[in-house]
Design a protein around this ligand. Sequence first.
Ligand SMILES: Nc1ncnc2c1ncn2[C@@H]1O[C@H](COP(=O)(O)OP(=O)(O)OP(=O)(O)O)[C@@H](O)[C@H]1O
Length: 741
Amino acid sequence: MEKLNMETLQSNAIVIESAYKSYQSGKKSNPIFTNLNLTVQKGKIYGLLGPSGCGKTTLLKCMVGKLRLDAGKVRVFGSAPGDRNTGVPGARVGYMPQELALFGEFNIEETLKYFSRIFGMSEEKFQARLEFLMKFLDLPSKSRKLELMSGGQQRRASLAVALLHQPELLILDEPTVGVDPLLRQSIWEHLIQLADGEDATTVVITTHYTEEAMQANRVGMLRNGRLLAEDSPTNLLRTYAEPGLEEVFLRLCHVDGAVLGDTNIGSAEPGLDEEKRRTLNLLKNEDGEEKSEIPDINFIDNKIDQDERVDDKPVLKYTRTRFSPRVVQACMFKTFNRMSKRWGFLIYQFVLPALQVSLFCLAIGQDPKELPISIVSDELVNGTHCEYFSQDCPVNFNLLPPMMEPNSNLGNLSCRFINYLDDTTIQPIWQPSHQAAVESVELGQSWGIVYMGSNFSNALYSRVMESGLMPGGDDDIDSKAGKIQIQLDVTNQQIAFTLQLKLAQAFQRFVDQLATVCHISGDAASLPLEFQEPVYGTDRLTFTDFMAPGIILTIVHSMALGYSAMIILIERNEGLLDRTWVAGVTSSELSVAHFLCAVSVNLVQVIVTLAFMIGVFKVPVEGSLILLFVLTLLQGLCGTTIGLIISSVCQTQQDATQIALGIFYPNMILSGILWPLEAMPVALRYFAFTLPQTCAVEAMRAILLRGWGLYHPIVARGFLVSLAWIAVTYIIFKIKIARSH
Ligand SMILES: Nc1ncnc2c1ncn2[C@@H]1O[C@H](COP(=O)(O)OP(=O)(O)OP(=O)(O)O)[C@@H](O)[C@H]1O
């Protein structure tokens, strides 16, 4: 393809040559326009006419650099849109899309302020333009929210955004839809005035009102992806001897339909034979020369590099740094402004972490309380409960072995044992018989049975004697009779473990008391195991303390992920993202702005979470609070970057929510938050270590409960893995956002 010559580029604002664009629909490619040539002169108004779906919006998007051609060239001010120095997208172009593509919660002033910040307008200039546009476009109060405006008012507010910074090029997609005839005329007059001035503005405008295009300097009639005619309105009327543009268009459509069988571009023949082309006579320029061939379908594969420069130097140099802190700031202001209007959002983001911590600390890890247990002691006279029992030594030490006998106080050892049950945890329910106790468990009224037989006290005495603790035991005693027989409902493992522990502790206290009152050593009645002061932690540590480090990180990580997973998606779905791109915001600026906003939200979440966990619920902290804070923040950042990737790849909020939930549960289950990693199959354990939270949870637990510092490999690993995840996911996010740009 021939290079566009310098003269063409200098005199024209937009030159499109042999453009081919298609949309992918599954495996099928639907061509929207093929071999399209179009020229927009500088300082002129170009009206693009065509039926719905003929590709006008697509063409405009290619002009502003929002979409790329599959083949062919588009040059705006001599360069391909998106070229470093072209200024398009950027301050040289004002774009008004068909949809509102603005935040409905913003009022007019806030909306325009956002774009004025991007374009670096001074406050004075901004106020002057705001006043002018309010009057000129007959807009309601500056403080009226866009969502509360009528359709026509919204379109005028949208037009105000395009006109705000007085760009050299205006690309307006149906700006007069929903606008009353008076205002429509006034808009056209303003456009004519802009195109007429010293620094004449170039305007490309699409419209459905064919006749208003009479005011354009040049009109292009688009149908089925091809330009049927392109000329000044008067020339078109003269050439086709018709009274109006509508009639011209209809006539061209009839001819086009006759030649192409009125097929749409997707099913049209890729090439036309000479006869048809002669009949059509529509692909000719003003000099009567054919513009170019309808492309062969292979043309699609023969893509032309969009970045191929026409000339070494751009026709008009326009420079802007690729990264401007001012633009980042503008994007951040906009996001914070939006947040401040959403009370529900603020409560969700900042109250929910506190609520989650509180619920966790209140509901998880504490000992179960008031567990009903059926108690049966067949040695009790009345068969139900203990009225009186002795706390004295049951052995008469006045007699020497083997004459030593239990004294009269021996009776009711069963009552003595029951007396040592922890009544906070266990709620004894006396039952008259073993059968009644079984029924109680079967009815779900108690968690188990503690049974002591009719000869329990004597049998226990004999057992002790037999064991050699005291000489003179009775060898013939039934060993079962001297045992406390326990049968539990173990379907709830935590409750069963708690009951086993509490019953064992009660028995130990019972034995200790006996040893004390009988003046014998308690050691003899204990297991020869001594658990000394723990190396790390205390005996008072609970399951809550085990889980707390993981819960802190999970709350912060998932809240950050949930917030950032929506952040770009919302802007894209509401269309503001497109306008932001066209205003010239680069992917780096947008990534940094969103990242910093998410970090700010995350910072508050980290502070709230740690304050509640440590300040209110007194989770023990042995190590450095600073390390704790930094590691939690890093995990929040990690959630943020993962969320930003989700936000940049998903099309709908539903997709994003599903992915976020899909990540949340495996992460929670595998990261050693709920259960020790050591309990996992080895292969799964190795996999778990590749997840973003596993090493961090271990490091967090080591800081919180063991007081380890960064010098310790387990702590250092937690920090390094978190940093690596942040770096890698941020790079992926940056690549994704640049591709969607
Ligand atoms: N992202 C997309 N993916 C697939 N097809 C698309 C996409 N965007 C537009 N199209 C299709 O491309 C064709 C041209 O769309 P376009 O929006 O450019 O038409 P238009 O001339 O601006 O229509 P209207 O005047 O109704 O706005 C339509 O058939 C449309 O369905």
